[in-house]
Design a protein around this ligand. Structure first.
Ligand code: SAM
Length: 394
């Protein structure tokens, strides 16, 4: 079976976590890059990554890489590639170009030349050409152009993989689903550890955690661009989805609790959890969403993990106080009631530890989209709130 070359894109900092996941899924020759991971394997592996990856944002199939000097070379390359092997002339296509230090003068013109190359090839072969569609294409082609090389990829995921299909209702500043899963992995959360998110918004962290515990594949509720490509075996795909459904275990013993000051947001989170296939856990309280102020929230077990994403200064408008003074009160509550717990908080505010009068035992720089954030770890040790730093910033 030929090994295809793939690139899985992910949020920066999550690359090693994604590399481990790809290894578990059967990827070969895995190589971590900035912003993603290269891997090889059969086409069935790419389907499995789209269905199962919690951390990837996109999966791309590399079609070809060539050296170029000018836009004629790019046209010739697009014209020479056997696109008809991959998709039908009736497919609606979209071409995106990313250039980095390229001497080419205009990206728009280059994009046009690529479209021309592809369409001319089809017209010469069968007398018809594919149509161009920006909003809802069947096939997405990406060209990455650097100083000397142009690489063509087919996007196999289509809509980004963090769009799982269950989060229709959003609160303020929602986390991307793959970022929420990444935070749980960085915090080393395991399904048998009680989990609390006291700033839950649309419930992303709690819902990702519950799906992980129940083995619900993140891509079960959506479609993928590879379904429009000729080279994928759709019988194998249907079987893969049936196998994934058979893996679901709604009896997972979990304690996952989430709350937010806004009751509107809490009902949105509940609706999202229902769409995510988690009704059974909501019914018997293994997963719950409640309206509660984080300044008075109570622990749900003697020990556990808080993984949360409190409002960032400029982003939010908590009702009665500035974020800084609110976070001081949140910390007072944690110190009073949560000894034995570990709290992980994602924020763009570097001053969070001093606002909370807490020393972090670890901090990880992580990008939430373009926003540089810190993921702080605080050990809630009784009587001593200033702990030794485990590691320097990484
Ligand atoms: C950055 S958002 C969390 C987004 C969430 N991670 C998601 O994916 O949707 C912060 C949340 O904190 C909530 N919030 C603000 N002040 C709060 C407080 N004192 N107690 C509890 N929740 C609060 C806001 O309503 C908002 O939903």
């Amino acid at each position: 079976m030929p090994a295809y070359h793939f690139f899985a894109v992910c949020p920066r900092t999550l690359e090693p976590i994604l590399a481990n996941e790809l290894q578990t899924l059967g990827g070969q020759n895995i190589k971590v890059n900035a912003g993603g991971v290269l891997f090889q394997g059969p086409l069935s592996l790419a389907m499995s990554v789209c269905l199962n990856s919690r951390y990837a944002s996109r999966v791309l199939l590399r079609i070809a890489t060539r050296q170029y000097y000018d836009s004629h070379d790019i046209y010739d390359m697009a014209h020479a590639l056997p696109w008809e092997r991959f998709f039908d002339v009736d497919a609606k296509i979209r071409v995106d170009v990313t250039a980095h230090r390229s001497p080419l003068e205009s990206i728009d013109f280059t994009t046009l030349r690529i479209k021309d190359g592809i369409c001319d090839r089809f017209r010469e072969g069968c007398g018809k050409r594919p149509s161009i569609e920006k909003a809802q294409p069947d096939v997405r082609i990406h060209a990455f152009i650097d100083e000397r090389y142009c690489t063509f990829y087919l996007n196999l995921s289509g809509e980004p993989l963090f769009k799982r299909g269950w989060r229709i209702e959003k609160g303020e500043a929602p986390l991307k689903e793959n970022m929420a899963a990444g935070l749980l992995a960085l915090a080393n959360w395991k399904a048998d550890t009680p989990l609390l998110d006291p700033f839950c918004g649309s419930g992303t962290i709690a819902i990702e955690a519950a799906q992980i515990a129940c083995h619900i594949a993140p891509g079960l509720n959506r479609s993928f661009a590879f379904e429009n490509l000729r080279i994928f075996d759709m019988d194998e795909w249907r079987e893969m989805k049936e196998d994934a459904k058979a893996q679901i275990n709604l009896h997972a013993k979990v304690q996952i609790h989430a709350s937010d000051i806004s009751s509107i947001v809490v009902s949105k989170a509940q609706a999202n959890a229902q769409r995510a296939g988690l009704q059974a856990l909501l019914d018997d309280g293994r997963l719950s969403f409640n309206q509660c102020d984080a300044r008075v929230v109570a622990p749900t077990a003697p020990q556990g993990l808080i993984v949360t994403n409190p409002p960032y200064g400029e982003q939010s408008n908590p009702k009665s106080a500035t974020v800084a003074s609110m976070m001081k009160n949140v910390a007072d509550n944690l110190k009073k009631q949560f000894s034995g717990w570990t709290a992980w908080m994602l924020t763009s505010d570097r001053k969070l530890p001093s606002q909370m009068r807490l020393s972090e035992s670890r901090k990880t720089v992580i990008f939430n989209g373009p926003l540089e954030c810190r993921f702080f770890k605080f050990e809630m040790v009784k009587g001593s709130f200033r702990t030794k730093k485990e590691t320097a910033e990484n």
